[in-house]
Design a protein around this ligand. Structure first.
Ligand code: URA
Length: 273
């Protein structure tokens, strides 16, 4: 086979693989067929097709709606100053009803850990256990995250700070929508400004997309240092994805990213129990 064609095919397969990994990371398990696709399949399934009508011209593919949350270009107003404390940020949230997620939550899940932590983890949003207990990452994904922090990195979970891009559980644990994320964003920013960590670890595509201000392929950006308003950001896979795709390779990649985050935080003078 022609070398350049082989290289092109390899690149196409690699791109498709990355896209599949991203979908898996987002928890996508199936796609609904569009009306046009359903019609096409119905067509194929017909046992004895009648003489065919000429096919209508194909509609151009519509862009997928953005399911995750690139950052809005204009920051929403902050109900606190540039150097708030965590208590001030929490107080400004109050019994938040700013978006629809308030309707389905048991309680708001603000954050957990050391208010002066040198590493801050940002996840996506509370799941069932988090919603019940009022603490981030206490379900199965949380157990894995805690294990990675304590057994993997050898530091206490209480020495880091953990929060999410949205503070209320999305229905059926769906990915938070862009307007929910932007409504909650000032409070995440407030938490970051209160804690002022040396390093932020962004867990998964939605958290990474938010901090980077664009829809990212987590497979491409994980393990590569990024910047968010002067804070060093290490993107990695979300622990829920690692649980779903519990392969030695995925565990190794997350392990590499976390080691790199801890190393950088230590180089910058970070201290951990
Ligand atoms: N997944 C998240 O992103 N956050 C949690 O708090 C729990 C699970």
């Amino acid at each position: 086979m022609d070398r350049s064609l082989a290289a092109e095919l390899r690149a196409a397969v690699e791109t498709a693989r990355e896209q599949l990994r991203d979908w898996l990371e987002e928890g996508v398990e199936a796609f609904e067929r569009s009306a046009a696709q359903q019609a096409a399949f119905a067509d194929v399934a017909e046992p004895a097709p009648a003489p065919r009508e000429p096919r209508p011209a194909r509609k151009p593919r519509e862009a997928e709606p953005t399911r995750t949350a690139p950052a809005p270009s204009v920051a929403a107003p902050r109900p606190f100053g540039p150097h708030p404390t965590l208590d001030e940020v929490r107080a400004s949230l109050g019994d938040c009803r700013r978006c629809r997620l308030a309707e389905g939550r048991t309680q708001l899940v603000f954050g957990d850990g050391n208010p002066e932590a040198d590493i801050l983890f940002v996840g996506e949003g509370p799941g069932e256990q988090e919603d019940l207990q009022g603490l981030p990452f206490v379900g199965r994904a949380g157990e894995l995250l805690t294990q990675m922090i304590e057994r993997g990195l050898g530091i206490a979970r209480r020495s880091v700070y953990i929060c999410n891009i949205v503070k209320c559980r999305p229905p059926q644990n769906r990915t938070p929508l862009a307007d929910e994320v932007s409504t909650c964003r000032p409070f995440l920013d407030g938490q970051i400004d209160a804690v002022r960590p040396k390093v932020i670890v962004a867990l998964g595509k939605p958290a990474t997309s938010l901090l980077l201000g664009r829809d990212v392929s987590i497979t491409r950006v994980r393990g590569v240092w990024q910047d968010y308003r002067g804070f060093a950001v290490m993107p990695t896979f979300h622990p829920a994805f690692v649980l779903r795709q519990y392969t030695p390779e995925n565990r190794r990649l997350v392990w590499e990213d976390l080691k790199s985050a801890l190393g950088r935080a230590r180089e910058l003078g970070g201290r951990f129990e």
